[in-house]
Design a protein around this ligand. Structure first.
Ligand code: OGA
Ligand code: NI
Length: 350
């Protein structure tokens, strides 16, 4: 039987401090556990002046435009990230899901803890999965869903869990179909031999997804805190909805950290490690982070899209001699779990 992503993620049991988020409602000052004393480390890269920023914003692609294919390919090469408009996801579906996300994170801490991710589990309430790699904690709480949310939703709302589950199910369905559409576009832009492109596109039909709901409460002393530490996403691609509050930044060589502004009706797409491998290194895997906000509570929904655990991922052969060895999704995630950013270099050939 195919290995599901949730089985793969559940493979590494974690300590409780890397699962339980802070009770943000009870906190008025930034606790020492959340003060990042090496902001320079995180701010690696130069500060950017406004004029540079104007020329270098994350591209916005109208998926209905005739040049969408070209723009997407260009954005994947230069940024590993772009925003999409005219993506076909009804705004009611996004709005509905977002309102449930707000309702979820507004629950009292002790209620949310009832849906805590188990140490060997993949879904439920908890801190970011990259937490064990950092000595300080992040100003963030999350809730992970893979397929049905019913198990945890029943604990949170015994009488009326269905509405939440339906909204999440609908949103995941929308995301899966959009992710597939975008993936096909991206593969086409690689100009791989037609045959091969089609085979790859067909095999990703079997791709699955995980929905990560994120909450970044208003943060005292926000300049010393980190919402989500710098990382790349592991799977093929991520589609992110952010509410009207900034926080996401992408790292660009020679420019530094660049804010990805929320654009009404747009969704952010970022390339993950597996697509970097498939493209034989042509596409960037977006290195990104989240900075917290002092006065606004930020909510996001990230949909991670990737093949099942047993699928083999390798550079498309028409893209020249492979710079990376082939790897199963399961093996890649376990390497990443141990080595984080060094996972991709470890796969380099020669
Ligand atoms: C993530 C992520 C960005 C955001 O969940 O992996 O990068 O803005 N989220 O919440
Ligand atoms: Ni991410």
């Amino acid at each position: 039987m195919a290995t599901t992503l949730s089985e793969v993620y559940g493979d590494t049991p974690l300590q409780l401090k890397h699962i339980v988020p802070l009770d943000f409602d009870s906190i008025h000052d930034l606790p020492d556990s959340h003060v990042w004393t090496e902001p320079v480390d995180l701010l690696s890269g130069k500060r950017i002046c406004q004029s540079q920023m104007d020329e270098s914003n994350v591209p916005i692609v109208d998926l209905a435009a005739p040049n969408a294919l070209e723009l997407v390919g260009d954005a994947c090469r230069k940024w590993g990230m772009f925003q999409v408009m005219n993506h076909g996801v009804p705004s009611s579906s996004v709005g509905d899901a977002e309102s449930h996300v707000r309702r979820l994170f507004a629950l009292p801490a002790e209620q949310k803890l009832k849906a805590l991710r188990s140490p060997g589990g993949a879904t439920g309430y908890g801190v970011a999965r990259i937490s064990p790699f950092f000595s300080k904690l992040m100003w963030h709480e999350g809730f992970t869903i893979m397929g049905s949310a019913v198990e945890h939703a029943k604990v949170l709302w015994p009488q009326d869990y269905e509405e939440f589950c339906n909204a999440m199910e609908d949103y995941q369905k929308q995301m899966k179909s959009l992710a597939h559409k975008i993936l096909v576009l991206i593969l086409k832009s690689l100009e791989a031999k037609d045959q091969e492109t089609l085979v790859s596109a067909a095999s990703v039909h079997k791709s699955e997804g995980a929905l990560q709901l994120n909450s970044y409460p208003c943060c005292p002393n926000h300049n010393q805190a980190v919402g989500l530490a710098p990382h790349t996403d592991s799977l093929l691609l991520t589609i992110l909805h952010q509410n009207d509050t900034e926080g996401l930044q992408v790292f660009r060589e020679n420019s530094g950290w660049i804010t990805v502004p929320p654009v009404s009706e747009a969704l952010v797409v970022n390339i993950g490690d597996l697509l970097h491998i498939v493209s034989n290194g042509e596409f960037r895997t977006a290195y990104h982070r989240v900075v917290p906000n002092e006065t606004r509570h930020r909510f996001t929904m990230a949909f991670f899209y990737g093949p099942q655990g047993d699928s083999v991922v390798a550079p498309l052969s028409s893209l020249g001699s492979p710079r990376y060895r082939s790897v199963t999704v399961k093996e890649y995630l376990s390497i990443k779990n141990k080595h984080l950013e060094k996972a991709i270099p470890l796969l380099k050939t020669g």
